[in-house]
Design a protein around this ligand. Sequence first.
Ligand SMILES: [Zn+2]
Length: 570
Amino acid sequence: MRWSRFYLYTTREVPNDAEVISHQLMVRAGLIKKVAAGIYTYLPFGWRSLQKLMAIVRREMNAAGAVELSMPAIQPAELWVESGRWQRYGKELLRIKDRHERDFVFGPTHEEVITDTVRRDVKSYRQLPFNLYQIQTKFRDEIRPRFGLMRGREFLMKDAYSFGADAASLDQDYEAMRAAYCRIFEACQLDYTMVEADTGTIGGSASHEFMVVADTGESAVVRCPSCGYAANVEKAETRTVEAAAATEAHPPQALEEVATPGKHTIEEVARFLKVSPKRLVKTLIYETEKGLVAALIRGDREINEVKLLNHFDVEHLALASEEKVRAATGAPVGFAGPVGLKDVPIVADESIRGLTNFVTGANKGDAHYVNVNWGRDVDLADWTDLVLVTGGDPCPRCDGTLELFRGIEVGHIFKLGTKYSEKLGCNFTDEEGNDHPMIMGCYGLGIGRTVAAAIEQNHDKDGIVWPRPLAPFEVLLIALNPEDAEVKRTAEELYAQLQEKGVDVLFDDRDERPGVKFKDADLIGIPVRITVGAKSLADGKVEVSLRRDREKRLVAPGEAVGKVMESLGR
Ligand SMILES: [Zn+2]
């Protein structure tokens, strides 16, 4: 492809909404263009990278026995009513009406449509198992779209759905997808890890996420270097965090209310009362669709809201507003406590069970209780694991210590079970003539997000450093002084030879200054570069270099293509 005939415009401007490097570089290197919040055009240069990824995904999905189809983006509301998600999905579901005032959704996912398709075609155990997949545009109306393709509203996703007769069949399909995902991310040359994950709103019994390791990742992940246990912190278990006070349990002292004027935060109260935050019990009031709930945790730890959500079996959970906290506790935010708290279900984290003579809010402005004790002052029945696991916590599987790192979730696989087949009546008849719901798995992979993650992991101060399998072009051929007849002739010859060899080459034949061409070359990050300039050509040489290590080699024009093929590993 000749750059002069291509559509690739770089910019030095960093968009002010671009917080992460992949977003900045995708805009600057002409991969994407914002159309509206969280909605982008994939420009030709970016689209080539996405297409390369999609080719890898298709190759591995097909090799794993999955079969491609394509479902509509616009889906009738009836299917979502049938699955129950029309009522439960919330505002992320883009609901639209057609000219007849009929309700539709722009699909954020396709469990309903695929289950409806299958229930109409498949009746017998003889037709099972199978796995259907598509690569398709989805829409989720994120409240705060950001990070470019990392958390857009409209996005490309590969989603696959397996259907089988029993759990063993689901295990097989799940394992085939797990292995295929590993091959895909390895083929992309990405540093990734597979972690145990929460099943979230999709539901189901088991689930794993594939994380590309990156400091800017939105997901926090813990990993045990001793045994390899890895999990999203939303899901991660830990051996009960040792209650510091349990070992130093003191006889109960008299409950006392103390003034803590203006001390709202754990740190402020702890400093003011001269006690460790570990001796404070934090009381958080949450709003759910079932009403308010209170969660207690040790002062120095955070609540895992996913665990809390699962514990109360609710879909939505958010910290209660100032007004609601005041109505429930009679105090402003920062002074809530379990002593005398009525009409709000309370759950406490296991880690505070052993505390004695601890500190809580007094449900009164500017006041806390000290020397609170379980049983005497608060009688709690509901204890569970609520703690957000972090680096330094003990591994739940061995004696090791968990390490915390950040990752970008690029794939997510679920054992769905019969959640959707039961709701939608997607049944099969077994050998004895009895009906059963089909057992499903679903397997997602973010296309745009994987390319963005590849850039997060592969860049330097000057621009993108593409891993070769995802690079929009493999080779950049630069003619430095295209007005020079000898440069032009040599560059044209090399261009023709590379094309003949089937190399994906971008030929920078633009009428631009050398400085502009070099800056652009670094920014767009094509792995192998050939530079043809009048100066080195006078010595009978052209320059071959790699974007990653920038090592330059001067070779005769006749050897350049051979050198390139060697660099590409062909
Ligand atoms: Zn371990």
